[in-house]
Write a protein that binds this ligand. Sequence first.
Ligand code: NAD
Ligand code: ZN
Length: 402
Amino acid sequence: MKSKPISTSPASAAASPLPPAKRALTRSGASSRRLQAEAVARELQVQLGERSYPLRIAPGLLGDPANFAGLRGRLLRVVTDQNVAPLYLQKVLKAAGISADDALILAAGESQKSWATLETVIDWLLQTRLPRDGVVLALGGGVVGDLAGFAAAIYQRGVDFVQLPTTLLAQVDSSVGGKTGVNHARGKNLIGAFHQPQLVLADTDALKTLPPRELAAGLAEVIKCGMLGDAALFAKLERQLDYLLTLDAATLAEIIERCCYLKARIVAEDERESGPRALLNLGHTFAHAVETFTGYNSWLHGEAVGLGLCMAADLSAKLGWLPQADADRCTALVARAGLPVRPPAGMQPGDFLRLMAQDKKVAGGRLRLVLLRAIGESLVTADFDPAALDATLEQFCASEAA
Ligand SMILES: NC(=O)c1ccc[n+]([C@@H]2O[C@H](COP(=O)([O-])OP(=O)(O)OC[C@H]3O[C@@H](n4cnc5c(N)ncnc54)[C@H](O)[C@@H]3O)[C@@H](O)[C@H]2O)c1
Ligand SMILES: [Zn+2]
C-alpha cells in the first residue's frame, strides 16, 4: 500500500480552546457536550473520485442537526430495525427534520437480509414516492446498512444513501466501502451491488446500548485491522483494550478512525476487490467454515472471525513466516476481547477443509488464504505448504471445544 489516497484530520482541533473542566462551568449542558464531542471528533474523506464521501466519527452525531444540513431540501427516508428504532430513531428524525411517516422499522436480524425484505423496502419507497433525488438513510447495524444500501442501489436505478451505523462492526467495517446486498438460500451476500454512500456518521454514543456480545464481535474486525495492516493499532489494543471496553469516546473514535482509514485506503486502491481488498478477509475463510458448520445461528460473524484470526496467525507461524510469539499475542488479544479461540464442539479438520474449499477464495482449485508476514503485514496467497494447514487444523480441533 504505497499511495495515500485518503486524508485524515481531527475534525475541529480549534473548537475547544478551554480545558474540559472550565468548559463545563461556562457552557450550558448541551453546548458543553457539543464541545467535548468536537474535541474527540474524527473525520476522514474516502477518496473514490466523484464517488468520494466524508466519514465522521464522534459522540452525539445522530442527534446533531448540523450533520444533516447538507441534505436539506431533499426528501429523506429512514430504514431501521426494531431494536434500534426505540433507541435512536426519534433523535435522527428530529435532527434531520423529518416525520415518523418517513421511517420504515423492520424486524431485526440477519434473516432480514433477504429478497422478501428487500421487496418490502422497495415497495415502501415506491408507496411513499421517494423521488430520484431523494436520500435513503440506513440507521442500524450491518444488516440494515447492507439491505437499505442495496435498496438504494436499485431503486429507480440508484438513489443516494447515508450510512448511520450503530454497531461497532458497522462503524469499522460494513458502512465503509460500498458493498451492499442480501443473502440467498444458497449462501450469504450472493446478491448485491457496489453502491457508495454519500456520507457516513459513526456516532460512538450508540455503542453504549450495544449488547456485550455484539461489541466483542465488532472488536474481532478491529483486531483484524491491526493484524492485517496496522501494527500500531494492534499494539494500542494490547495496551488499551480494557479501557476501550469502558467505551471511552476519545479512545473509541481513534480506534474506529484507524480501522476506517485502513479500510478506506484499501477500498480506494481496489474498490471492486480484484486485488488488495481481499486482505480484509483475514481470518474469514476459517470463519465462513465455522459459520456454515454451525448453520449461521449460534456463532456471530465476529466470533467466527476471532477464531479465524487465531488460526490464520497460527498457520503463518507454522509456515515459519510469523514468530510463534506474535501468533500467541494474536490469540491472547482475541481471547481478552471475549471472543472464542477454539472451534465449535464436534468440528473436525475434515469439516474445515471441506467447507473452506467451498469458499469463494478458492482460485484455480487451490485454496487462497490471507496470511501474515508480521503483525501489521499480510498477503493473499495459495502458495503455502498444505501440511502446515493440516497441522493448524489438527491442533485447534484437538483443543477443548467451545
Ligand atoms: N457491506 C460490508 O462490507 C460488510 C462488511 C462486514 C459485514 N457486513 C454484514 O453486516 C452484517 C452484520 O452486521 P452487525 O454485526 O452490525 O449485525 P446487525 O445489523 O444484525 O446488528 C446486531 C444486533 O444489534 C442490534 N443493534 C444495532 N445497533 C444497536 C445499538 N446501538 N444498540 C443496541 N442494539 C443494536 C441489531 O438490532 C441486531 O439485533 C452481516 O449481514 C454482514 O454480512 C457487511
Ligand atoms: Zn467480517
